[in-house]
Design a protein around this ligand. Structure first.
Ligand SMILES: *[C@@H]1O[C@H](CO)[C@@H](O)[C@H](O)[C@H]1NC(C)=O
Ligand SMILES: *[C@@H]1O[C@H](CO)[C@@H](O)[C@H](O)[C@H]1NC(C)=O
Ligand SMILES: *[C@@H]1O[C@H](CO)[C@@H](O)[C@H](O)[C@H]1NC(C)=O
Length: 395
């Protein structure tokens, strides 16, 4: 062999060794593409198991979209200590076992969307200390069990949009603190008492397009430090006594464009530290009875563009806490929903002095008042196509 052949041979050997070394350093499952030791794509690979032992342990971004995992076991990703971003979108996942994502201290973003997942089970996301975003949109989730997010304290964004979730169970979001946005899907029918218990330091909780029969006692108990709690475009049914009792430090509560059958009680004590209450664009089928509203400790109150029955209770409404001493302003900014000939007119445009006071306003008879309101409502709904149409839209 001449010198140049020896050199060539050495180069070839060196190259082979180097590539072998790389191959050894980056194990890569055959269905995946390992772009680097940190980034692995296993998309559309037909995987039925998560190949956790074959992945480079250094992986930071792992995408496993459009495979065929039917379930995610407990500790399914254990060992991937550097994982920051994980996508499981488009898989046939129907079950996530408790502690499925345990052992991923650096995970920041987890996306499980477009799957047939029906339930977020207890402790499914438990222990994801450092996750900032959990994206669960476009699944078939109809149940978030209590403590699903236990120990997941740093989530900033939790998306549950586009899921057939009809019920929010007690303590469903327990363990979440410092959430910036909690976005719930439309169509919620039941919110159990203490549903938001344990949620602390939240930017925005948005509850849109619900179809409730009632906002039940203690719905928001245990919720604290919320910047904005916004309940909008929903059929709230009856706001029952103590619905908002037990929540604290809610800077702003907004009830926007809802249909409300009745306000049995709406009570804010100064301990609850609700700063601002905005009631706008709602349709109330019954006027809140005298004494049913207590607004203690509010710094700002705005009640505008709502529709109230202009019946014998109108006097106590104008004299009551919702008007806060400015009945003229209140009457010019709110409307009559009934009787028919007053519908859609501002309260100030009608002569309220011609409406008699209710007999029950001095000596209130507990069954007489609701009975009267039901009659008003029935005759009103029979004839008032316009408002019925609005209510249908809200529904
Ligand atoms: C998805 O999983 C379900 C049950 O886990 C199974 O019945 C179904 O055949 C799977 N579908 C696909 C496309 O793999
Ligand atoms: C969470 O992330 C921060 C910033 O990346 C890091 O300093 C911290 O150690 C992480 N926590 C855990 C438990 O690994
Ligand atoms: C109610 O009216 C009083 C007097 O005009 C005002 O000082 C107070 O701020 C108002 N309360 C709220 C909650 O807006």
């Amino acid at each position: 062999m001449d010198i140049s052949s020896v050199m060539l041979l050495r180069m070839v050997v060196a190259l082979v060794c180097a590539s072998l070394a790389i191959a050894v350093a980056i194990p890569c499952p055959s269905q995946c593409i390992c772009l680097s030791q940190a980034q692995v794509l296993c998309n559309t690979g037909g995987l039925i198991e998560i190949p956790v032992n074959k992945l480079p342990p250094t992986v930071e971004h792992l995408s496993l979209t459009k495979n065929n995992f039917p379930l995610i076991r407990s500790d399914a990703f254990n060992g991937l200590r550097y994982l920051k971003k994980l996508s499981l979108d488009g898989n046939n996942i129907s079950v996530i076992k408790p502690f499925a994502f345990r052992g991923l201290p650096k995970l920041r973003e987890l996306s499980i969307q477009h799957t047939p997942l029906t339930t977020v089970a207890q402790f499914a996301f438990a222990g994801l200390q450092n996750v900032t975003a959990i994206l669960l949109g476009h699944n078939k989730i109809h149940k978030v069990e209590g403590y699903a997010f236990a120990g997941t304290s740093n989530v900033r964004l939790l998306m549950l949009n586009s899921n057939p979730l009809h019920k929010i169970e007690t303590s469903a979001f327990s363990g979440l603190t410092v959430v910036e946005h909690l976005i719930l899907p439309s169509g919620i029918k039941i919110i159990e008492p203490d549903a938001f218990s344990g949620l602390d330091s939240v930017g925005l909780i948005k509850l849109p397009y619900m179809d409730l029969t009632a906002l039940r006692p203690h719905t928001f108990r245990g919720l604290s430090h919320v910047h904005v709690l916004q309940i909008q475009d929903s059929d709230l049914g009856a706001i029952q006594p103590a619905a908002f009792e037990g929540m604290t430090h809610v800077s702003s509560l907004k009830l926007l464009n809802n249909k409300i059958d009745s306000i049995q009680e709406l009570k804010f004590m100064s301990e609850s530290k609700v700063k601002s209450l905005k009631i706008q664009g709602n349709h109330l089928l019954e006027t809140p009875l005298q004494g049913s509203i207590f607004l203690d400790g509010l710094e700002h109150l705005s009640v505008v563009e709502n529709h109230f029955p202009c019946d014998c209770h109108i006097h106590s409404l104008l004299e009551g806490p919702l008007a806060n001493g400015s009945s003229g302003e209140f009457a010019s900014k709110n409307y009559c929903i009934s009787p028919l000939h007053f519908n859609g007119r501002t309260i100030s445009s009608i002569n309220v002095h011609n409406i008699g006071r209710c007999n029950d306003e001095i000596l209130r008879d507990n069954w007489d008042a609701p009975a009267r309101s039901v009659t008003v409502y029935n005759s009103w709904i029979g004839r008032n196509i316009f408002t019925v149409a609005i209510m249908c839209l809200i529904r």
